[in-house]
Design a protein around this ligand. Sequence first.
Ligand code: FES
Length: 109
Amino acid sequence: MLQENALVALCETSDVAPDKPLRAEIGPDTYAVFEANGQYYVTDDACTHGPGSLSEGYLDGCIIECPFHQGCFDVRTGQPTLAPCTDAVRTWTAHLRDGKIWIDPKETR
Ligand code: FES
């Protein structure tokens, strides 16, 4: 795990593709990293509805479908877009440096 100021590297940009979300871990915390429309987005990997792992879901544009009950979120905002999901999933700003995707785990939005 590389650290630069408060930023922590999650993965290489080349590890992520629109059809290949990535699950990244920092200690006990798990994140889902997405590429959508040429941008990178980071959310909590855990679905707010249940045990689904969003990085294992299906990404359609900026909408991630949870593989567990097929609820959906907008990866840009974390807002739910389809039931049964009703609570937003947390998001972090994806910073790009040196071919890697970084976040500040303590970022508040
Ligand atoms: S666990 Fe994700 S929609 Fe139910």
